[in-house]
Design a protein around this ligand. Structure first.
Ligand code: ADP
Ligand code: MG
Length: 305
């Protein structure tokens, strides 16, 4: 399988501070790839380096085989990037911005106009097509940036926190649209704070922290390799004091029960025995595997802001 993106020993220094400490990994063509990590991990720096917004101190990045610096013109055409930071242009309408962006990539004519209109429709921007971008809400600005990233039909679409501060309806619209693009063969790379979203959407994820990759694997593998499973127990006497062995495994206390983190290797009988010994009047038990959020917290030991 050919590679959509190759990061090779990418270092970015801001003065003495190393925002990227030699990041290397590949994204296969056709992947739906999630780049996750707490605030300040270096996700945006890495992503912006793909499009030339950030110039790495050392290392290289290739998009569809083209070096993003030496082969900028070619790599840039194959890449659509939706930046995290919202921008507004007070001088142009949405439609004009999309036409300008098309012109920049040398695309025009009736076919291109049809595509621009389709983007406006799909991203629910059609009735604002002739508005100035400075008059738009945050969610609309985000959609304009997505339309701009897609105007040249790039093979690789990169979305940096596309759903931050976006309402539920729009999130769904965005994901439906992104999934459709993925089905059509586009490679998708996204960063998101919403780990549930990443778990549902991404077939592969990288977890980044302090400018380094902490884990990278197929989402399902990452989940199944997690050493714990989770046991939710409903009890008739939730006010009971838990003995040490159970208290150590408690991850959540609920009004009618508990959630315990249990070593996958340990026997379920043992845990259930401990509960019986403690005098828990168990009314219901269910067990599940770790979520991506739990894997993430385990690997980074810090929450997402
Ligand atoms: P993320 O997107 O994962 O939240 P960023 O890539 O935005 O993280 O930032 C990574 C680190 O680099 C942060 O500590 C941030 O403060 C720092 N950083 C980003 N851009 C600059 C800059 N232009 N000058 C100095 N430090 C920067
Ligand atoms: Mg960021």
């Amino acid at each position: 399988m050919s590679l959509a993106v190759q990061f090779n020993q990418v270092v970015k220094k801001y003065g003495e501070f190393q925002a990227l400490k030699g990041v290397s990994f590949d994204v296969e063509e056709g992947a739906f790839f999630g780049l996750l990590g707490p605030n300040g991990a270096g996700k945006s720096t890495l992503i912006n380096a793909m499009s030339g917004l950030v110039v790495p101190t050392s290392g290289s990045i290739h998009v569809q085989g083209f070096d993003v610096i030496d082969g900028y013109r070619d790599s840039r055409k194959l890449l659509g990037l939706v930046p995290q930071e919202l921008i507004a242009d007070p001088f142009f309408t949405i439609k004009e911005l999309l036409e300008l962006q098309s012109g920049y990539f040398g695309m025009k004519g009736p076919e291109q106009n049809r595509w621009i209109n389709e983007l406006l429709e799909r991203l629910a921007l059609a009735d604002k097509a002739n508005s100035n971008t400075s008059q738009l809400s945050g969610g609309m600005k985000r959609r304009v940036l997505i339309a701009m990233a897609l105007v040249h039909k790039p093979r690789v679409l990169v979305l940096d926190e596309p759903t931050a501060g976006v309402d539920v309806d729009l999130r769904r619209t965005l994901w439906d649209f992104t999934k459709e693009l993925h089905k059509q063969g586009h490679t998708i790379i996204l960063t998101t704070h919403y780990l549930e979203e990443a778990e549902a959407l991404c077939d592969r994820v990288a977890i980044m922290q302090h400018g380094e990759i902490k884990a990278l694997d197929d989402t399902q593998k990452l989940l199944s390799q997690h050493p714990y499973r989770y046991l939710r127990v409903n009890v008739a006497n939730p006010e009971i004091d838990l003995p040490g062995l159970l208290a150590e495994r408690l991850v959540e206390k609920e009004s009618n029960g508990f959630v315990f983190q249990v070593d996958k290797e340990s026997s379920m009988t043992e845990t259930l025995g401990l509960m019986a010994q403690a005098g828990l009047d168990v009314t219901d038990v269910s067990s599940r595997d770790a979520t991506l959020e739990e894997v993430f917290l385990d690997l980074t030991s810090e929450g997402m802001a």
